[in-house]
Design a protein around this ligand. Structure first.
Ligand SMILES: *[C@@H]1O[C@H](CO)[C@@H](O)[C@H](O)[C@H]1NC(C)=O
Ligand SMILES: *[C@@H]1O[C@H](CO)[C@@H](O)[C@H](O)[C@H]1NC(C)=O
Length: 262
């Protein structure tokens, strides 16, 4: 069993005035609590009214997945190396996994920022938010910055995160389950995970953090939360810096059957 922490109440308080069924995006003052940026109204070749900058369009003036990448990551090995050799994080079955889900309003549309503007997250492990127009190709990376993989979440992906000092056996077990559940996955280290729960799975709106890998919890999480992003797009991305292992198709490009072997 996992401890379920829900932010639904917080979100309901924040957005209590919009709980009636909505037929069109409401004209509301932007509160900035969950959605820091209002959708832009600009319309140019690279702009769209929902995301401010259209996704998946390679432009040298905005984002080509090759230029100005150091804005998100300075290529430092510190982001994928465990320098703590004597104190690898020990898996502990007594530490329960934590599932946290945020109630993201249906009409929320994440903003795309070009590579001339930094993106910051309020949370160490964001489950939604502003991101880059071009998303990572699916698979396992030496490292891929959050500003990229948050976009995959929006498309329904599962992102697997592990601290570089996490127990290697647990990382291997988690990876095995993820790559055998769906093609639409991104795997990367993240040093912002804590020592107690150095492993995580993230989907749009939800994160599961843990100390040890329990197969049932992993496959349940993926079956319940994968492919639930607001945009159902299975197309691969263009960003592939430090991609180590491209994802393989399990059932079909849409991952029609999740965790087909379990
Ligand atoms: C960033 O580049 C985009 C695309 O060229 C442009 O529309 C935007 O104004 C620029 N923003 C800044 C802060 O320079
Ligand atoms: C790179 O950043 C510079 C400085 O902000 C900007 O002028 C340029 O348009 C950016 N290019 C790309 C492809 O992001």
């Amino acid at each position: 069993m996992y401890v379920f922490v829900s932010f639904a109440i917080l979100a309901a308080v924040a957005y209590g005035q919009f709980q009636q069924p909505l037929t069109e995006p409401p004209e509301i003052p932007w509160t900035g609590r969950w959605m820091p940026h209002p959708p832009s109204s600009e319309h140019t070749n690279i702009h769209d009214p929902e995301h401010a900058v259209r996704m998946g369009v390679v432009t040298t003036e905005c984002d080509d997945a090759k230029t100005n990448l150091t804005l998100d990551w300075d290529y430092s090995p510190a982001d994928y190396t465990c320098y703590n050799y004597n104190r690898k994080y020990l898996p502990d079955k007594r530490i329960k996994p934590i599932l946290e889900c945020e109630n993201i309003p249906k009409y929320y549309s994440a903003r795309h920022e070009c590579m001339n503007k930094s993106i910051h997250y309020a949370s160490a492990i964001p489950t939604f938010g502003t991101h880059r127009p071009l998303w990572p190709r699916y698979g396992e990376y030496k490292f891929v910055p959050r500003q990229r993989w948050v976009h995959n979440l929006e498309h329904g992906a599962v992102v697997m995160l592990y601290h570089p000092c996490a127990n290697q056996l647990e990382v291997d077990r988690l990876r095995y389950l993820v790559v055998n559940c769906l093609r639409r996955h991104v795997i990367t280290p993240l040093t912002l995970l804590d020592e107690e729960r150095p492993l995580a799975l993230v989907t749009w709106g939800c994160r599961l953090t843990m100390s040890t890998v329990q197969a049932g919890i992993i496959t349940n999480f993926i079956k319940q939360h994968a492919l639930r992003g607001p945009e159902q797009i299975s197309r691969d991305g263009q960003y592939d810096l430090n991609l180590k292992v491209p994802a393989e198709v399990l059932t079909d490009l849409d991952d029609s059957v999740l965790c087909p072997r379990s």
